[in-house]
Design a protein around this ligand. Structure first.
Ligand code: NAD
Length: 277
């Protein structure tokens, strides 16, 4: 009998939210992986991260492993309705296990957003986003110049601005009136949050899609408190000098599954539902 070497095994991390159903699915997976010599359960340097919950759980796991994106592949199990980052529903655990046992490492990758915040005291903070980054001013109207590849496009006035990834285009971006982008398109989308438009103040009004390598810079014109959000996390900064958005060098990888090919079906299921009879 040949014994599998520790390093030959697929290192699997299981991350579940606190819901009863998620814990039940997690326990089933723990038992299956513990009894299978192909897998090694660990939260350290995993090859595959399985999330159990919803899109929010996958966003959290992404941030837990954002420094290991070159190695990690994610797969999401939804314990409610099918989400955008979750390919499996709770009753499909056996199908997932079967596919992972046959897994050869195939993956699909999508762009990730790099957010760079420069404060007036010259501190620089960087973050990666899977869905989007936003900047809003708290007390008063946000006044900011929008610069794309060194071209000053407009002086924005309103609540704030959001920049989304292609996979994030179905999230906050959609609620803001942005377009849905197919996730394989390497582009970012800039969307306004309640812009002021009248005879005095003017912005483009529509969202814009910029290609890979184009950089979006937002330069706030007033001192004060700003809220910067990166997916499900928010940060408060005083006196932001500049915030830059560009496609990151890193990409996010998912274990390839059949459902990854049916993005438009997913859009239909999430936002439209069944056709009328
Ligand atoms: P959450 O888990 O309650 O998520 C909010 C909703 O967004 C959920 O229904 C989730 O399924 C959905 N969602 C998340 N990513 C998605 C995606 N890529 N495509 C389609 N739907 C998606 O809350 P959370 O964990 O704080 O999630 C943070 C996300 O919520 C943010 O990244 C942002 O995109 C979204 N959000 C949306 C609004 C809005 O639509 N007005 C406002 C704030 C945040």
């Amino acid at each position: 009998m040949t014994q599998m070497n520790y390093t030959d095994k697929i290192r699997v991390a299981i991350i579940a939210n606190g819901k009863y159903e998620s814990k039940r699915v997690a326990s089933k997976l723990f038992t299956a992986f513990r009894n299978d010599p192909k897998f090694y359960l660990t939260k350290k340097n995993p090859d595959v991260v399985i999330t159990i919950g919803g899109d929010g759980m996958l966003l959290s796991a992404f941030h837990m492993y954002e420094n290991e994106l070159d190695k990690v592949r994610f797969v999401g199990i939804h314990t409610g309705h099918l989400g955008f980052y979750t390919d499996y529903q709770d009753f499909e655990v056996d199908t997932l296990l079967k596919r992972l046992r046959l897994d050869s490492g195939s993956k699909v990758t999508y762009p990730v957003l790099k957010v760079t915040i420069t404060l007036l005291d010259e501190r620089v903070i960087t973050a990666l986003a899977l869905n989007e980054g936003t900047i809003k001013r708290v007390e008063k109207t946000m006044v900011a110049d929008v610069i794309i590849n060194h071209v000053k496009l407009e002086r924005f006035r309103g609540d704030g601005l959001a920049v989304s990834t292609p996979t994030g285009s179905t999230a906050y971006n959609k609620s803001l009136g942005g377009a849905i982008l197919h996730p394989t398109i390497e582009a970012l989308q800039l969307t306004e949050i309640a812009s002021l438009n009248n005879r005095v103040y003017r912005t483009l009004g529509s969202s814009i899609v910029v290609p890979k390598k184009d950089k979006i810079e937002i330069i706030p014109k007033r001192r004060g408190n700003y809220i910067v959000s990166v997916d499900n996390r928010t940060f408060s900064y005083k006196n932001v000098a500049k915030i830059e958005f560009e496609i990151a060098d890193q990409k996010v990888s998912f274990v390839e599954t059949a459902s990854h090919t049916s993005f438009w079906q997913r859009v239909k299921d999430a936002f439209i539902g069944e056709d009328e009879a």
